[in-house]
Ligand binder design. Structure first.
Ligand SMILES: Nc1ncnc2c1ncn2[C@@H]1O[C@H](COP(=O)(O)OP(=O)(O)OP(=O)(O)O)[C@@H](O)[C@H]1O
Ligand SMILES: [Mg+2]
Length: 233
């Protein structure tokens, strides 16, 4: 199994203000597959992603990627784990405003010894013509493509996406999903995507539903359809 989450617990705050956000999460994913996580606002989806991506420290339980445990890692070790394994795509792109497209992507490239070929990446993502532009000069869909290129530049094995299409219109959202599907097929990148959209799970091999800090449904989608065929996004 590529990703193994076992008995994961995470709380925020202390004493009276303590809030248990993840209350024992178990989850596995096969290498090279795509999974969706849905659930109402505040149920812990982003927190789960952040624990898997080592942006948050785990209270109890464990996260293993490729057999390597995150438990007890120090700050530097977690940074290294992130650098070597994880790509992140957020709802609001989080591009650096003062850097053009090229430099936004190349920042990430330096983080690894084995970057994806930059020219091929630009080509795949349809960014070749806008290399010199700055984020403020791009549409939302273009900004998200740049953010995806940045996440992929270091050739991560696991791509964590937190509502990647949340800020996009339906056509641009679909293009972004088609792109992510292509990345999964081309590079074998395992993709775990949080979404509020009810249609997106149809393109994933695995569908996860969360409620109140727990996984209440986790099923294999035998009838997955290509992103291209998704309707009413
Ligand atoms: N850094 C933090 N400090 C304190 N509380 C936090 C922190 N991050 C999240 N929380 C709380 O944890 C709970 C779960 O938050 P989380 O962001 O994981 O929800 P979510 O399922 O992603 O929701 P949404 O769909 O709105 O993005 C919320 O009640 C939130 O207020
Ligand atoms: Mg969230």
């Amino acid at each position: 199994m590529y990703l193994e989450v076992t008995g994961l617990r995470k709380s925020y705050g202390t004493g009276e203000g303590r809030q248990e956000v993840l209350r024992g999460v178990d989850l596995t994913m096969e290498r090279g597959t795509m999974a969706s996580i849905v659930g109402s606002s505040g149920c812990g989806k982003s927190t789960l992603l952040n624990c898997i991506g080592a942006l948050e420290v785990i209270d109890e339980g464990d996260v293993r990627i490729d057999g390597k445990s995150l438990k007890g890692l120090g700050k530097l070790e977690r940074e290294r784990y992130r650098r070597e394994n994880i790509g992140y795509v957020f709802q609001f792109f989080n591009l650096l405003a003062d850097l053009n497209v090229r430099d936004n992507i190349r920042v990430a490239e330096r983080l690894t010894d084995e970057p994806i070929d930059y020219a091929a990446l630009l080509d795949q993502l349809g960014l070749a013509g806008i290399e010199k532009k700055f984020p403020s000069q791009l549409s939302g869909g273009q900004q998200q493509r740049v953010a995806i290129a940045r996440a992929l530049a270091k050739n991560p094995r696991l791509l964590l996406c937190d509502e990647p299409t949340g800020a996009l219109d339906s056509t641009t959202a679909k293009d972004t999903l088609i792109l992510l599907e292509k990345i999964n097929a081309t590079f074998g990148t395992t993709i775990l995507m949080v979404t509020h959209n009810q249609v997106i799970p149809q393109m994933m091999q695995q569908n996860i539903v969360m409620r109140d800090g727990r996984i209440i449904e986790n099923s294999i989608n035998e009838r997955r359809i290509p992103a291209e065929a998704l309707e009413d996004l």
